[in-house]
Structure formats: structure tokens, C-alpha cells
Design a protein around this ligand. Structure first.
Ligand code: NAP
Length: 310
């Protein structure tokens, strides 16, 4: 059976698109991907999502959105999408997943972004052995030992603040001497006695102990190139994210960083019937609430597109 609308991704953009599309009687099929609920499921408290004056935990917010979409008729497929192409003859999109191939008249891509690493030698092997991009997932493993966070944005500050619950000391390693994070986040971090900013610095190398676990890093001063060791048991990387757009091939244009280029100021892409919402198509704002807003636009634009086919 051909689907009317497939939604790929279950962050705030995907779920909001699913809520709107389901309420428009499109019964969207939503592919959850491997990280159900997206990046917010790896965060802690969200203080700036409107409607929650006391804040809400990221996983809880995503669970609520998921339930809301399901209530109106969205269907979930717990599969990872591998590729999408458009059939010349039928004009239908063919979405190939880890579980099979599905056809749809329209597709909304809301696949978000994945954490970036520094690209140093041995980095891949170290992930899970003292190198991670998720404090919520791994912070509790590093109780009463020193750790560090790399980055100067909101994510880095949020991670550093969260890690103070467990670690004996949290070094915040930033390549400049000024944080990029919002003022509120900056204040929280700079006033925390457990967090020590390490300005104008980056990591040049990782060292492991005899069991292959991280035991220290080599810091490099970004102004003088001077190097010094720093004993930490875990590095939490928070240097931004890369959009998950490569699986779309030529169906979309992307900018230099891989963000999908939208063509109408809304969520349309260069392929009619293919819409993009949330972090995968937003190089500027990248907020949960702006992703949700884009999910709403995408569903409304997809609905209009589907009507035009009738
Ligand atoms: P970001 O704002 O892009 O910050 C990335 C940080 O990593 C920057 O400080 C950057 O340094 C540093 N960096 C980048 N590449 C690096 C490299 N190769 N080596 C060393 N440092 C590097 O990313 P983000 O913090 O993940 O935030 C993304 C978006 O989500 C932002 O819009 C942010 O406001 C939002 N966000 C909001 C919240 C919240 O409101 N609760 C929480 C998390 C994220 P420079 O500063 O020198 O460029």
C-alpha cells in the first residue's frame, strides 16, 4: 500500500509534523530511526520550551509529543531510513529502511543532526572508553573523578553544569576566551565552583591507561601552541552537530556544512513533495521550539502539496 505521507525522524520537528499531519487525516507513517525522540532524549531539564514554567525533562517532553501524535493517528515504524529516491514513472518517493521499502506521495525529513568530534587519531576507538558526546547518558559513570567538556556553546555549558552532580571537577575547555552560550548559561557555569574554564585551549591528543580507558589529554594553547597534560577520566564533546542529510543524495541541495537548503522560506526543498524541518535544515536557530515550529510548517505544506495532486 502506498502511503500519503512519510515522516523521517522523531525530534520536535518530526513529532510536531506528525501531530499536524495526523490531525489533517493524513495518517502519517513515522520512521523513528535509532535514536527515538532525537537529541532531546539525551538532555536533562529544558527550561525554555514554552508552556512549562517549572521546566520539563527532555525525554518526558519527547514522550508526550509522541503520545500526542499517536492519539491523532500517526503510526510509528521503529526502523532506520537508509535512502530515499523518487520513482520517475509514478512520482512516488521510495523510502528504503532497515526493514524494507515503502512508497509515499510526500516525505518530511526531520532527521536532526549528530554530534561532532575533533577528528583526532584514535578518537573512534575511544568512544565509550572515556570519550562521549552525551553527559546525560554517561555522566554517572564518572563519579568523584575529574572530567572535561570541550566547547563554548549552550550544549557545552549545559553538559558541564549537569556533570557537576557526579564529577569531582569539570574543566570546560574552550578554544577562545569568551563563551558562545546564552548569558543565563554562561552565568550558571562561571559561578559554579566545581567548573573551571580553560580558555584559549583545545585537545591535541588523548592518552589511555593499560586497559584502554582514557586517563589524560594533552591540552594545546590556541594562541601560543604550548602543550600541557591534564588528567581527566572522560572527555564530553560539545562542539556542535552535523546535519543528517547525506542519505537523501541528489534529492536536496545542501550548504557547505550539510544543512538542507530550503527553497521557499518555508520547508520546501528542490524536490516537489519533499519537505525538510528542524535541525537538519536550520543552520541558524536550532532550538527545540523552532524545530517544532518548522515541523508544523512542513505538515501544512505537505498537506497543501497532497491536495494539489488530487
Ligand atoms: P554551537 O552553539 O555551535 O557551539 C559549538 C561550540 O563548539 C562553540 O563554542 C565552538 O567554538 C566550539 N567548537 C566548534 N568546533 C570546534 C572545534 N573543532 N574545536 C574546538 N571547539 C569547537 O553548538 P551547541 O552548543 O551544540 O548549540 C547548538 C544550538 O543549540 C545553538 O543554537 C544553541 O543555542 C542551541 N542549544 C540550546 C540549548 C538551550 O537553550 N537549553 C541547549 C543546547 C543547545 P566557537 O565559539 O569558537 O565557535
Amino acid at each position: 500500500m502506498n502511503e500519503k505521507l512519510i515522516i523521517i525522524g522523531t525530534g520536535p520537528a518530526g513529532y510536531t509534523a506528525a501531530i499536524y499531519a495526523a490531525r489533517a487525516d493524513l495518517a502519517p507513517l513515522v520512521f523513528t530511526g535509532n535514536q527515538i525522540g532525537g537529541q532531546l532524549t539525551t538532555t536533562t531539564e529544558i527550561e525554555n520550551f514554552p508552556g512549562f514554567p517549572e521546566g520539563i525533562m527532555g525525554p518526558e517532553l519527547m514522550f508526550n509529543m509522541s503520545q500526542q501524535a499517536e492519539k491523532f493517528g500517526a503510526r510509528y515504524a521503529y526502523e532506520d531510513v537508509l535512502s530515499v529516491y523518487r520513482e520517475e514513472c509514478s512520482g512516488l518517493f521510495v523510502v528504503t529502511t532497515s526493514g524494507g521499502a515503502y512508497k509515499a506521495q510526500a516525505v518530511i525529513v526531520a532527521t536532526g543532526a549528530k554530534a561532532r568530534y575533533l577528528g583526532l587519531p584514535g578518537e573512534k576507538e575511544l568512544i565509550g572508553h572515556g570519550l562521549t558526546a552525551c553527559a546525560t547518558c554517561d555522566g554517572a559513570f564518572y563519579r568523584d573523578v575529574p572530567v572535561c567538556v570541550v566547547g563554548g556553546g549552550d550544549s557545552a555549558c549545559e553538559e558541564a553544569s549537569f556533570l557537576t552532580r557526579f564529577a569531582s571537577k569539570v574543566y570546560l575547555i574552550h578554544r577562545r576566551d569568551m563563551l558562545r552560550a546564552s548569558k543565563a548559561m554562561q552565568q550558571r557555569v562561571l559561578n559554579d565552583p566545581k567548573i573551571e574554564p580553560v580558555w584559549n585551549s583545545t585537545i591535541a591528543a588523548y592518552q589511555t591507561d593499560e586497559s584502554g580507558e582514557l586517563c589524560s589529554v594533552t591540552l594545546q594553547d590556541t594562541l601560543t601552541d604550548e602543550q600541557r597534560p591534564l588528567d581527566v577520566k572522560c572527555v564530553f564533546m560539545a562542539i556542535g552537530h552535523s546535519p543528517n542529510s547525506a542519505f537523501l543524495g541528489d534529492l536536496v541541495d545542501v550548504d557547505g556544512a550539510g544543512f538542507i537548503v530550503r527553497t521557499n522560506g518555508g520547508t520546501a526543498t528542490k524536490t516537489p513533495g519533499l519537505f525538510a524541518a528542524g535541525d537538519v535544515a536550520d543552520p541558524v536557530y536550532r532550538q527545540a521550539i523552532s524545530a517544532a515550529g518548522m515541523g508544523c510548517w512542513a505538515a501544512m505544506e505537505a498537506e497543501r502539496y497532497l491536495l494539489s495532486l488530487e
